[in-house]
Design a protein. Structure first.
Length: 299
Protein backbone atom coordinates (compact mmCIF):
# COMPACT_ATOMS: atom_id res chain seq x y z
CA UNK A 1 0.00 0.00 0.00
CA UNK A 2 1.46 3.34 -1.10
CA UNK A 3 0.87 6.34 1.15
CA UNK A 4 0.56 9.43 -1.08
CA UNK A 5 -0.06 12.99 0.04
CA UNK A 6 -0.89 16.38 -1.37
CA UNK A 7 -2.05 19.72 -0.01
CA UNK A 8 -5.43 20.35 1.56
CA UNK A 9 -7.60 23.34 0.59
CA UNK A 10 -8.80 24.17 -2.88
CA UNK A 11 -7.71 21.76 -5.58
CA UNK A 12 -6.95 22.17 -9.25
CA UNK A 13 -7.05 19.81 -12.21
CA UNK A 14 -3.36 18.97 -11.89
CA UNK A 15 -3.44 17.51 -8.37
CA UNK A 16 -6.76 15.78 -9.05
CA UNK A 17 -5.46 14.32 -12.29
CA UNK A 18 -2.13 13.33 -10.70
CA UNK A 19 -4.04 11.37 -8.07
CA UNK A 20 -6.17 9.70 -10.75
CA UNK A 21 -2.98 8.58 -12.53
CA UNK A 22 -1.58 7.19 -9.28
CA UNK A 23 -4.82 5.33 -8.63
CA UNK A 24 -4.54 3.64 -12.01
CA UNK A 25 -0.80 2.97 -11.74
CA UNK A 26 -1.18 1.31 -8.33
CA UNK A 27 -4.56 -0.29 -9.11
CA UNK A 28 -5.99 1.73 -6.20
CA UNK A 29 -3.53 0.22 -3.75
CA UNK A 30 -2.84 3.54 -2.09
CA UNK A 31 -4.00 5.85 0.67
CA UNK A 32 -4.35 9.61 0.32
CA UNK A 33 -3.55 12.31 2.84
CA UNK A 34 -4.50 15.91 2.13
CA UNK A 35 -2.84 18.29 4.57
CA UNK A 36 -0.61 21.32 4.99
CA UNK A 37 1.11 19.88 8.05
CA UNK A 38 4.82 19.53 7.22
CA UNK A 39 5.40 16.54 9.49
CA UNK A 40 2.51 14.57 8.00
CA UNK A 41 3.62 15.45 4.49
CA UNK A 42 7.16 14.30 5.25
CA UNK A 43 5.86 10.88 6.26
CA UNK A 44 4.30 10.21 2.84
CA UNK A 45 5.85 7.65 0.52
CA UNK A 46 5.03 9.95 -2.39
CA UNK A 47 4.29 13.67 -2.33
CA UNK A 48 2.77 15.67 -5.18
CA UNK A 49 1.88 19.31 -5.82
CA UNK A 50 3.23 20.42 -2.45
CA UNK A 51 6.44 20.45 -0.42
CA UNK A 52 8.67 22.65 -2.53
CA UNK A 53 10.80 19.72 -3.72
CA UNK A 54 11.14 18.09 -7.10
CA UNK A 55 13.16 14.91 -6.67
CA UNK A 56 11.82 11.80 -8.45
CA UNK A 57 14.19 9.33 -6.69
CA UNK A 58 12.65 10.32 -3.35
CA UNK A 59 9.19 10.51 -4.98
CA UNK A 60 8.72 14.24 -4.40
CA UNK A 61 6.79 15.91 -7.21
CA UNK A 62 6.20 19.61 -6.58
CA UNK A 63 6.48 22.23 -9.31
CA UNK A 64 5.90 25.49 -7.46
CA UNK A 65 9.53 26.45 -6.96
CA UNK A 66 11.46 29.15 -8.83
CA UNK A 67 13.54 26.56 -10.67
CA UNK A 68 10.49 24.59 -11.76
CA UNK A 69 10.73 21.41 -13.86
CA UNK A 70 10.28 21.97 -17.59
CA UNK A 71 9.66 19.78 -20.61
CA UNK A 72 12.31 19.53 -23.29
CA UNK A 73 10.63 22.31 -25.27
CA UNK A 74 10.54 24.63 -22.25
CA UNK A 75 6.85 24.10 -21.41
CA UNK A 76 6.28 23.95 -17.65
CA UNK A 77 5.18 20.80 -15.90
CA UNK A 78 2.46 20.61 -13.29
CA UNK A 79 2.08 17.76 -10.84
CA UNK A 80 -0.12 16.00 -13.42
CA UNK A 81 2.61 15.91 -16.04
CA UNK A 82 5.30 14.92 -13.55
CA UNK A 83 3.29 12.00 -12.19
CA UNK A 84 2.23 11.00 -15.70
CA UNK A 85 5.85 11.01 -16.85
CA UNK A 86 6.92 8.49 -14.21
CA UNK A 87 3.71 6.52 -13.60
CA UNK A 88 1.71 7.00 -16.78
CA UNK A 89 2.76 3.83 -18.59
CA UNK A 90 1.72 1.70 -15.64
CA UNK A 91 -1.56 3.60 -15.49
CA UNK A 92 -2.18 2.83 -19.16
CA UNK A 93 -1.53 -0.88 -18.56
CA UNK A 94 -4.12 -0.91 -15.78
CA UNK A 95 -6.71 0.95 -17.83
CA UNK A 96 -6.02 -1.10 -20.98
CA UNK A 97 -5.08 -4.58 -19.75
CA UNK A 98 -4.78 -6.02 -23.27
CA UNK A 99 -2.09 -3.61 -24.51
CA UNK A 100 1.52 -4.66 -24.92
CA UNK A 101 4.46 -2.54 -23.79
CA UNK A 102 4.98 -0.87 -27.16
CA UNK A 103 1.32 0.11 -27.50
CA UNK A 104 1.26 1.35 -23.90
CA UNK A 105 4.18 3.66 -24.65
CA UNK A 106 2.44 4.96 -27.76
CA UNK A 107 -0.74 5.68 -25.80
CA UNK A 108 1.35 7.34 -23.10
CA UNK A 109 3.00 9.63 -25.66
CA UNK A 110 -0.32 10.62 -27.22
CA UNK A 111 -1.80 11.66 -23.88
CA UNK A 112 1.44 13.31 -22.80
CA UNK A 113 1.36 15.58 -25.83
CA UNK A 114 -2.38 16.22 -25.54
CA UNK A 115 -4.56 15.98 -22.44
CA UNK A 116 -1.76 15.88 -19.87
CA UNK A 117 0.24 18.68 -21.42
CA UNK A 118 -2.90 20.79 -21.58
CA UNK A 119 -3.55 20.30 -17.86
CA UNK A 120 0.06 21.32 -17.21
CA UNK A 121 -0.24 24.48 -19.25
CA UNK A 122 -3.55 25.50 -17.68
CA UNK A 123 -2.18 25.08 -14.17
CA UNK A 124 0.83 27.24 -15.02
CA UNK A 125 -1.28 29.95 -16.64
CA UNK A 126 0.39 29.29 -19.99
CA UNK A 127 -2.85 29.02 -21.98
CA UNK A 128 -6.24 30.68 -21.72
CA UNK A 129 -9.28 28.63 -20.79
CA UNK A 130 -13.03 28.89 -21.06
CA UNK A 131 -15.68 27.75 -18.59
CA UNK A 132 -16.09 24.48 -20.47
CA UNK A 133 -12.42 23.48 -20.39
CA UNK A 134 -11.71 20.15 -18.72
CA UNK A 135 -9.49 21.76 -16.08
CA UNK A 136 -12.16 24.30 -15.14
CA UNK A 137 -14.85 21.62 -15.01
CA UNK A 138 -12.74 19.59 -12.56
CA UNK A 139 -12.20 22.64 -10.37
CA UNK A 140 -15.98 22.99 -10.22
CA UNK A 141 -16.03 20.16 -7.66
CA UNK A 142 -14.47 22.48 -5.08
CA UNK A 143 -17.01 23.42 -2.40
CA UNK A 144 -18.38 26.91 -2.90
CA UNK A 145 -18.79 29.51 -0.15
CA UNK A 146 -22.50 28.65 -0.17
CA UNK A 147 -21.79 25.01 0.73
CA UNK A 148 -20.34 25.17 4.25
CA UNK A 149 -21.22 21.55 4.95
CA UNK A 150 -19.67 20.11 1.81
CA UNK A 151 -16.67 17.98 2.74
CA UNK A 152 -13.54 19.10 0.90
CA UNK A 153 -11.82 15.72 0.87
CA UNK A 154 -14.93 14.00 -0.41
CA UNK A 155 -15.19 16.64 -3.13
CA UNK A 156 -11.59 15.89 -4.12
CA UNK A 157 -12.41 12.18 -4.31
CA UNK A 158 -15.44 12.86 -6.49
CA UNK A 159 -13.35 15.03 -8.81
CA UNK A 160 -10.71 12.30 -9.01
CA UNK A 161 -13.40 9.79 -10.03
CA UNK A 162 -14.30 12.06 -12.95
CA UNK A 163 -10.64 12.52 -13.87
CA UNK A 164 -10.13 8.75 -13.69
CA UNK A 165 -12.98 8.18 -16.14
CA UNK A 166 -11.65 10.87 -18.49
CA UNK A 167 -8.21 9.28 -18.29
CA UNK A 168 -9.67 5.88 -19.11
CA UNK A 169 -11.63 7.09 -22.11
CA UNK A 170 -8.67 9.13 -23.34
CA UNK A 171 -6.46 6.04 -23.18
CA UNK A 172 -9.09 3.97 -25.01
CA UNK A 173 -9.37 6.52 -27.80
CA UNK A 174 -5.60 6.86 -28.05
CA UNK A 175 -5.27 3.10 -28.29
CA UNK A 176 -7.81 3.07 -31.11
CA UNK A 177 -5.64 5.62 -32.89
CA UNK A 178 -2.61 3.38 -32.37
CA UNK A 179 -4.47 0.44 -33.91
CA UNK A 180 -5.57 2.61 -36.83
CA UNK A 181 -2.04 3.89 -37.36
CA UNK A 182 -0.67 0.35 -37.44
CA UNK A 183 -3.42 -0.77 -39.83
CA UNK A 184 -2.75 2.08 -42.25
CA UNK A 185 1.01 1.52 -42.07
CA UNK A 186 0.59 -2.18 -42.85
CA UNK A 187 -1.83 -1.46 -45.69
CA UNK A 188 0.51 1.11 -47.20
CA UNK A 189 3.41 -1.33 -47.06
CA UNK A 190 1.32 -4.04 -48.74
CA UNK A 191 -0.20 -1.75 -51.39
CA UNK A 192 0.29 -2.81 -54.99
CA UNK A 193 -0.10 0.85 -55.93
CA UNK A 194 1.01 3.43 -53.33
CA UNK A 195 -1.72 5.74 -54.59
CA UNK A 196 -4.44 3.37 -53.33
CA UNK A 197 -4.46 2.27 -49.68
CA UNK A 198 -6.80 -0.66 -49.00
CA UNK A 199 -7.90 -1.21 -45.40
CA UNK A 200 -9.58 -4.44 -44.35
CA UNK A 201 -11.28 -2.77 -41.35
CA UNK A 202 -13.25 0.44 -41.00
CA UNK A 203 -10.65 2.42 -39.07
CA UNK A 204 -10.03 6.18 -39.10
CA UNK A 205 -7.22 6.87 -41.55
CA UNK A 206 -6.86 10.65 -42.00
CA UNK A 207 -4.41 11.28 -39.15
CA UNK A 208 -2.41 8.16 -39.99
CA UNK A 209 -1.93 9.14 -43.63
CA UNK A 210 -0.59 12.49 -42.46
CA UNK A 211 1.55 11.14 -39.60
CA UNK A 212 3.05 8.42 -41.79
CA UNK A 213 3.77 10.95 -44.58
CA UNK A 214 2.03 8.83 -47.22
CA UNK A 215 2.42 11.58 -49.78
CA UNK A 216 1.61 9.39 -52.78
CA UNK A 217 -1.72 8.21 -51.40
CA UNK A 218 -4.71 9.50 -53.36
CA UNK A 219 -7.53 7.19 -52.27
CA UNK A 220 -8.31 5.06 -49.25
CA UNK A 221 -10.58 2.05 -49.77
CA UNK A 222 -12.21 0.44 -46.73
CA UNK A 223 -15.34 -1.46 -45.68
CA UNK A 224 -18.35 0.62 -44.69
CA UNK A 225 -21.06 -1.58 -43.28
CA UNK A 226 -22.26 -4.02 -45.93
CA UNK A 227 -20.51 -2.12 -48.74
CA UNK A 228 -17.11 -0.52 -49.45
CA UNK A 229 -16.13 3.12 -49.75
CA UNK A 230 -13.38 4.96 -51.57
CA UNK A 231 -12.29 8.24 -49.96
CA UNK A 232 -10.18 10.88 -51.63
CA UNK A 233 -7.19 11.88 -49.49
CA UNK A 234 -6.96 15.57 -48.51
CA UNK A 235 -3.72 17.45 -49.21
CA UNK A 236 -3.23 18.10 -45.51
CA UNK A 237 -4.84 17.22 -42.22
CA UNK A 238 -8.15 18.98 -41.67
CA UNK A 239 -8.49 20.14 -45.27
CA UNK A 240 -11.77 19.73 -47.16
CA UNK A 241 -9.91 19.60 -50.47
CA UNK A 242 -8.56 16.47 -52.14
CA UNK A 243 -5.21 15.57 -53.64
CA UNK A 244 -7.16 14.14 -56.55
CA UNK A 245 -10.92 14.63 -56.59
CA UNK A 246 -13.14 11.93 -57.99
CA UNK A 247 -14.09 12.51 -61.65
CA UNK A 248 -16.42 15.45 -62.16
CA UNK A 249 -18.78 13.40 -64.32
CA UNK A 250 -19.36 10.94 -61.47
CA UNK A 251 -20.64 13.53 -59.03
CA UNK A 252 -24.11 12.84 -57.62
CA UNK A 253 -24.72 9.61 -59.57
CA UNK A 254 -26.15 6.49 -57.96
CA UNK A 255 -26.70 2.80 -58.63
CA UNK A 256 -27.30 1.81 -62.26
CA UNK A 257 -26.50 5.24 -63.66
CA UNK A 258 -23.23 5.42 -61.75
CA UNK A 259 -22.36 1.81 -62.61
CA UNK A 260 -22.93 2.46 -66.30
CA UNK A 261 -20.86 5.63 -66.44
CA UNK A 262 -17.99 4.40 -64.25
CA UNK A 263 -17.82 0.99 -65.87
CA UNK A 264 -17.86 -0.75 -62.46
CA UNK A 265 -20.85 -3.09 -62.30
CA UNK A 266 -21.48 -2.90 -58.54
CA UNK A 267 -20.77 0.82 -58.10
CA UNK A 268 -23.35 2.37 -55.76
CA UNK A 269 -22.84 6.14 -55.47
CA UNK A 270 -20.54 9.14 -55.83
CA UNK A 271 -20.94 12.16 -53.59
CA UNK A 272 -21.58 15.45 -55.42
CA UNK A 273 -18.57 16.95 -53.61
CA UNK A 274 -16.36 14.29 -55.24
CA UNK A 275 -14.60 13.15 -52.06
CA UNK A 276 -16.19 9.72 -51.62
CA UNK A 277 -17.75 6.99 -53.74
CA UNK A 278 -18.66 3.39 -53.13
CA UNK A 279 -19.29 -0.10 -54.45
CA UNK A 280 -20.77 -3.28 -53.08
CA UNK A 281 -17.52 -5.23 -53.26
CA UNK A 282 -13.92 -4.63 -52.26
CA UNK A 283 -12.70 -5.27 -55.80
CA UNK A 284 -15.33 -2.93 -57.22
CA UNK A 285 -14.24 -0.12 -54.93
CA UNK A 286 -10.57 -0.65 -55.78
CA UNK A 287 -11.51 -0.51 -59.46
CA UNK A 288 -13.29 2.81 -58.89
CA UNK A 289 -10.08 4.18 -57.38
CA UNK A 290 -8.05 2.94 -60.34
CA UNK A 291 -10.43 4.47 -62.87
CA UNK A 292 -10.51 7.77 -60.98
CA UNK A 293 -6.72 7.92 -61.21
CA UNK A 294 -6.79 7.03 -64.88
CA UNK A 295 -9.28 9.81 -65.59
CA UNK A 296 -6.94 12.09 -63.65
CA UNK A 297 -9.29 14.90 -62.68
CA UNK A 298 -7.29 17.45 -60.63
CA UNK A 299 -8.47 18.38 -57.08
Amino acid sequence: MLNVATHSGSFHADDVFAFAVLRAATQDRLTLTRTRDAERLAQADLLFDVGGIYDPPSRRYDHHMRDKPLRGDGAPYSSAGLIWRDYGVEAVKTLLPAVDDEAARKVWRMLDSGLVRDVDLVDNGAIETTCGHFAIVIEGWNPTFAEPDRDENEAFRQASDIAYQVLGRSCARAYASVIAMDAVAAAAQAAADPRIIVLERKVPWEDAVSELALDQALYVVRPSGAVWSCNAVPPERGSFAQRLSLPEQWGGLRDAEFAALSGVADATFCHPALFICGAVSRDGCIELARRAIALGQPG
